[in-house]
Design a protein. Structure first.
Length: 281
């Protein structure tokens, strides 16, 4: 992950009715993560809790939970879902500079390193998203350089994709993490080469008539049948070495993006359901 400048502290992280913003300290010059068993950074801004830096190597590591053999693997799309990828073509997607240049074969797509991210042609507000993905079977690199990609909700909030099977990295950059903000509750990764699933429920941020934040975006993430985040409020759009903010009103809808982090990660069986806001009783 690596995009979007941002700088705000959310006072209430769940169900909040508003927020207060403060100037975020500069992240400083880009530095090489420290060597050793704990990759990460300590020259980055403190998160709003005041406990951890962005990408803090000393943050508690999520415990490993071995997932079941099957959960929503190859789950058929519900009748009201929009099929974004069924293994046949890229008709629902576009590349950064035109047609998608990723590899397509045997019912999956694979990142073609260096060709750029891809995004859905359609945009979405609140939704239920199903994505299946697999890390390269041949293990190359370590930490953030091993099987790195990402699922960007509305094109701006990243759920990290990373090979975290016996691969230490900074906790808020771990597989299933809300990058730069929240580590997953657990590490539910399968072995490299095995297909994995994300089932994601997303609620977009809400803004008032004066463009101020009413409610931050929030997300629930399930990986391989194991809960990673439950209605977790998002600090703002994802960035590298910084955290997000809502200093300006964000669009109500955005695409789904899949990241090219120069690793040949595979994706298949991607579908989405639009969610209408529930009527208040």
């Amino acid at each position: 992950m690596k995009k979007y400048l941002v700088n705000c502290a959310i006072v209430a992280l769940a169900g909040c009715a508003g927020c207060m913003c403060q100037q975020q300290p500069a992240a400083g010059p880009v530095s090489t993560p420290p060597a050793g068993d704990k990759p990460g950074y300590t020259d980055t801004p403190m998160l709003p809790s005041g406990r951890w830096h962005v990408h803090d190597p000393n943050r508690p590591v999520p415990p490993v939970v071995t997932p079941g053999a099957q959960f929503s693997d190859n789950a058929p799309a519900p009748a009201d879902a929009i099929v974004l990828f069924d293994g046949h073509d890229f008709s629902a997607w576009k590349g950064e500079k035109g047609p998608v240049k990723w590899k397509l074969q045997d019912g999956y797509m694979e990142v073609a390193p260096g060709t750029g991210e891809i995004a859905t042609k359609e945009t979405f507000g609140d939704f239920q998203l199903h994505v299946e993905w697999a890390e390269p079977e041949q293990v190359v690199g370590n930490s953030q350089e091993r099987g790195n990609s990402g699922v960007f909700l509305q094109g701006i909030y990243e759920v990290q994709v990373l090979d975290c099977y016996d691969n230490p990295t900074y906790p808020d950059g771990q597989c299933g993490g809300l990058y730069g903000q929240s580590p997953p509750l657990v590490n539910a990764c399968r072995k490299p080469g095995e297909w994995q699933t994300y089932d994601i429920i997303f609620e977009a941020a809400r803004f008032g008539e004066n463009h101020s934040l009413i409610r931050p975006a929030s997300v629930t993430v399930i990986q391989n049948g194991v809960l990673l985040h439950h209605k977790q409020a998002l600090l703002g759009p994802t960035d590298h070495r910084r955290y997000g903010n809502y200093l300006k009103e964000l669009p109500a809808r955005g695409p789904i993006k899949l990241q090219d982090h120069k690793n040949p990660v595979r994706f298949r069986n991607i579908w989405i359901r639009n969610i209408a806001e529930e009527e208040k009783p």
